[in-house]
Design a protein. Structure first.
Lengths: 304, 240
């Protein structure tokens, strides 16, 4: 059973960006990110060793006839590129409608369809007369049932459950944090808070624990934005799959106020890696903003 | 370390006033407390209640250097929210979604609904600084104190105070009936002290009703003398 919102006032959806749209990937992700009521959760690359099999799996839960799917995906199967980009998003205002006739009858969200059409109109390869071909650059799921299936295909064994489960029964904690039932909330010197930073490049990297002021994130706020931009560009999609961008970071930093309504309990989450030294598991962007705002002490949550 | 402030309990109870909860075993000093005290709360939505405690707790962490330690046991649906000042436990909120679990006593789960349905509102404080808390009905309060005594009397002789309390306040004939009726509806003994064991044994032997009762008494008296004494004490209290 999927744990989605009972009132159905939000739904998860997945966009698959095929290789023919890769050259426009940043613009396409930006369109999704900036679309009203759509909140991007994750962006990552997926490499398949069998694109034909992968396409069959992607469309396995679609309600439209297989013959039609085979026709419309022929161009992708011809591609030699084994990569796809995946965008997992939350649709905060699903507008489900029944579309098509006969065996093409299926439920889909008008909002997602409009977004998909906008991207396809703009980025699908063009015919000689300038009109768009049907070689779609993007695919989108129609239901959470399909999202669940697709996530399993993409390697998330628990499917949508992986993203909807709550690592803590009391607080809202991101799904990537390991479940915990014991924790301490305390005030600590900000200099005792450290962060994990990736070192190297996307093909060969390691992580290093370092003080906040050495992070690309802190440098972004203190006159070296390019360090952060380069860091995100290098590792996003593979090592960094949450939806970060300089624009989002700038927006967060404007008037940021920690633990104020409605986010009173959105603590920076840490582990104590040495006595009285804490490494951030969630909330690095917020921590460097606080450091840049001049805070000497901050409230943190320490998992136990 | 600066002077330790008292936690303003009325603020916390004001914050949770709209939630479905009861404060059980309220001390006579309430809303004042001694360092190391605990407040036992039964509710139907632990998450919301604890989030409200933490929201107020942020103030004590920021201003007074308190630490809040939270420990949950999802099997028993019990969470401890401890306010520490330095290494000293200042105040503990024992929050139970449903009934607390006891070792020697088994209580039917639906007793939690009954407790919350029969809760009473109690206004505390003076003049413009009043606040309201939810407490169990008188009968449920006595049942809880009795259970507490029963659970602990072998290891904690001081828990006898609960039995004294029950004896002192269970003085109305009608209330006594309700007390025992509700107690027997929702409560049973478990584990090594399971009184149902001799019942099953002797009933198979086809004994007469009188012999059956005598044998149960004898079994209880020699196998579980402490339980036997308690039952006799209750019986005498009721008859007197």
């Amino acid at each position: 059973m999927l744990k989605t919102n009972k009132q159905n006032d939000f739904q998860y959806c997945i966009f698959i960006l095929w290789s023919n749209g890769f050259k426009n990937a940043p613009e396409i992700v930006d369109i999704i990110r900036n679309y009203p009521e759509i909140e991007v959760q994750k962006v990552f690359l997926y490499q398949t060793d069998n694109i034909k099999k992968f396409i069959d799996q992607v469309y396995a839960k679609d309600d439209i006839p297989k013959i039609h799917i085979r026709k419309k995906t022929r161009y992708i199967k011809r591609s030699k590129n084994p990569n796809v980009a995946v965008v997992l998003a939350v649709n905060h205002r699903p507008e489900e409608i029944l579309r098509g006739r006969g065996e093409f009858r299926h439920i889909e969200c008008q909002r997602i369809k409009d977004l998909k059409d906008k991207i396809r109109n703009q980025f699908n390869p063009k015919k000689t007369d300038g009109t768009r071909t049907e070689e779609h650059v993007i695919h989108a799921t129609d239901s959470e049932h399909q999202v669940d299936h697709l996530l399993k295909v993409l390697g998330y064994k628990e499917g949508l459950e992986h993203f909807t489960k709550t690592p803590n029964q009391i607080l809202s904690v991101p799904h990537h944090i390991k479940s915990f039932s014991h924790f301490v909330i305390k005030k600590v010197p900000i200099d005792s808070v450290y962060c994990h930073i990736l070192i190297g490049n996307r093909n060969s990297f390691s992580t290093e624990i370092m003080p906040l002021e050495n992070s690309p994130h802190y440098k972004f706020l203190t006159g070296e934005p390019e360090t952060y931009v380069k860091y995100i560009r290098e590792f996003s999609g593979i090592n960094i799959t949450d939806d970060y961008s300089p624009e989002k970071f700038n927006k967060l930093a404007e008037d940021f106020s920690y633990l104020t309504p409605p986010n009173e309990l959105n603590y920076i989450i840490t582990d104590e890696f040495q006595l009285n030294k804490y490494v951030i598991r969630n909330g690095l962007h917020r921590a460097v903003i606080l450091k840049n705002q001049g805070y000497k002490e901050i409230l943190i949550l320490v998992k136990e | 370390m600066e002077n330790k402030p008292q936690i303003n309990i009325s603020n916390i109870f004001n914050e949770i006033k709209d939630l479905n909860y009861i404060l059980i075993k309220k001390s006579e000093h309430f809303p004042n407390y001694y360092t190391g005290s605990d407040l036992d709360i039964i509710c139907d939505d632990k998450k919301t209640l604890i989030r409200k405690i933490l929201t107020i707790g942020n103030f004590y962490i920021t201003k007074y250097l308190f630490e809040i330690r939270v420990a949950s046991n999802e099997n028993t649906k019990h969470t401890k929210v401890d306010f520490y000042f330095g290494n000293t436990l200042e105040l503990r909120f024992d929050v139970h979604e449903g009934l607390p679990k006891f070792k020697n006593v088994k209580i039917r789960d639906d007793y939690a609904n009954s407790l919350l349905e029969n809760k009473q509102r109690l206004k505390l404080g003076k003049e413009d600084k009043t606040f309201v808390i939810n407490i169990p009905s008188k009968i449920d309060d006595l049942i809880f104190r009795y259970i507490e005594y029963f659970e602990w009397f072998e290891r904690r002789p001081d828990k006898l105070k609960h039995l004294d309390y029950v004896e002192r306040f269970l003085n109305d004939e009608n209330e006594r009936k309700i007390f025992f009726n509700r107690l027997h509806t929702y409560m049973d003994l478990v584990g090594k002290d399971d009184i149902s064991a001799p019942t099953q044994k002797f009933s198979k032997e086809g004994l007469s009703k009188t012999n059956f009762k005598t044998k149960i008494k004898r079994e209880l008296k020699y196998r579980f003398p402490s339980i036997y004494k308690t039952l006799i004490k209750i019986k005498r209290t009721v008859l007197n």
